[in-house]
Design a protein around this ligand. Structure first.
Ligand code: PHE
Length: 453
């Protein structure tokens, strides 16, 4: 096993912020957040989401980075090491092991959707949306899903892109990719935002997303917002923990967590505004659900001035966002193999990539040939994996990490690592000990209830 001194480390705190923001900013921000906002009544959902990020998301992100940096190991061995340090049960390593597995499971479907996005870059570039009506665009989407070979091709490409980066290591892979992709992502998002301010119905988008209407805050919207805060900040599976394990000792965990959460939230909000300004301008349905960026938005691209360029840029933006997230999904597993065996990092990355690719084939088939295959309570393969990971495994992982940091670790070790002022520390500790576990338990139980119904 590598000694702490031999571990890779980020070049500086900005590269850490960039890489972790890269993990956080993904399909969750540009695909999921906008459609969830539409489905859950707009501003009500947005406000609760912001509250969740601030109250639970940031403290939990600090917790996960703290665990990683203190352990200086992959999540599984890291939890074991920290448990020993606290004279606690070695079974805590299961939190890390399950996290490693969760990342692999998420990538199996994340890469399939990432593949759709790459396919859509080509559609946009070829001008396929130009003047198309909703039937044509609908057929384009269902036609893509119906073709197993085409989905397999794009899934393979996205997995290969992910593995290629991870195999190159922390500095030459993860760090370099984030340094190139993240600034490009911000520039593209800004261009699209300016376009939609000028050409779209920006006023209505602002109104839809921000005019507070607390009567619309249903328990269901609140629960979705809390669950999505975890997914969006990449919490609960060790991605942030392993990134934290490459962080130098002197960097402030509180400040960096804050920056990362701000960047993640800002991208979600700006992507939402950009999309809704175009959706409203063209009188389209804001509550279209998961098809929002694949079926609704292309209609707008097809009708607007410069839509070919704007559409292409948009799908490039989503690809970049998804790519920097997918690398963080298999980094825990790759680090785990590398630090426990004599297998090289690149071989480990290819091995994990091969496993996710193989499992991902079942997700590919769940959209066509295996469409009728049901796993649990009427859910198909894709939905089962999505629900199992994002609504059960991530909150469970987050809960366990909060309990571990709040109740099991020695206070002195936590304080040393966080280096907070006494008052700030007391607030953080209160949240991690009581508020986060309570909030997670509530979403966890209610979501299990929902799945069963
Ligand atoms: N945060 C990513 C997104 O918003 C998804 C993700 C979840 C990545 C968990 C890593 C770990 O798309």
């Amino acid at each position: 096993m590598s000694e702490p001194s031999m571990r890779s480390a980020w070049s500086n705190r900005w590269t850490f912020i960039m890489a972790t923001a890269g993990s956080a900013i993904g399909l969750g921000n540009i695909w999921k957040f906008p459609y969830m906002t539409g489905v859950n009544g707009g501003s009500a959902f947005v406000l609760v989401f912001l509250g969740c990020i601030l109250l639970v998301g940031i403290p939990l992100m600090m917790c996960e980075i703290m665990l990683g940096r203190r352990a200086q190991k992959n999540p599984a061995d890291g939890m074991l090491h920290l448990a020993r340090e606290a004279s606690a049960s070695p079974h805590w390593r299961w939190v890390g092991l399950i996290g490693v597995l969760t990342g692999v499971l998420i990538l199996t479907f994340y890469s399939v959707i990432g593949g759709w996005v790459i396919r859509y870059i080509l559609h946009a570039l070829a001008g396929d949306f130009d003047g198309a009506n909703s039937t044509i665009i609908g057929n384009m989407f269902s036609g893509m899903l119906a073709s197993a070979s085409s989905l397999l091709f794009w899934h393979t490409l996205f997995t290969a892109m992910t593995v290629w980066v991870v195999a190159r290591g922390v500095n030459h892979g993860l760090e370099k990719a984030s340094k190139i992709l993240m600034p490009s992502l911000f520039v593209i998002l800004l261009l699209l935002l300016i376009y939609s301010m000028v050409e779209g119905d920006f006023g209505r988008a602002l109104d839809f997303m921000f005019t507070p209407d607390f009567s619309k805050v249903t328990p269901q919207a609140a629960l979705s917002a809390l669950g999505h805060a975890f997914f969006s900040l990449s919490l609960g599976m060790g991605a942030v923990m392993v990134y934290g394990s490459y962080l130098q000792r002197h960097v402030s965990i509180a400040r960096t967590s804050f920056y990362i959460a701000i960047a993640d939230t800002l991208v979600a909000l700006l992507a939402g505004l950009t999309i809704y300004a175009l959706v409203f301008k063209h009188q389209l349905d804001p509550s279209a659900g998961p098809g929002l960026i694949f079926q609704t938005l292309p209609l707008a691209f097809g009708q607007m001035w410069g839509g070919q360029v704007v559409g292409t840029l948009f799908f490039i933006l989503v690809t970049f966002a998804a790519w920097t997230s997918s690398i963080s999904l298999i980094e825990p597993a790759t680090a785990w193999i590398t630090e426990n065996t004599s297998v090289s990092r690149s071989a480990a990355a290819y091995l994990i990539g091969f496993c996710t690719w193989l499992l991902g084939i079942s997700v590919v088939l769940s959209f066509n040939i295996w469409q009728d295959v049901q796993i649990i309570s009427g859910l198909g393969i894709f939905d089962t994996l999505d629900k199992l990971t994002t609504t059960i495994l991530l909150p469970l992982g987050g809960l366990m990490m909060a309990l571990f940091a709040g109740w099991v670790m020695r206070t002195q070790h936590v304080r040393e690592e966080l280096g907070l002022q006494p008052r700030t520390y007391a607030i953080w500790r209160f949240i991690i000990r009581y508020i986060s576990p309570l909030a997670i338990t509530v979403i966890f139980l209610s979501l299990i209830g929902l799945i069963g119904s």
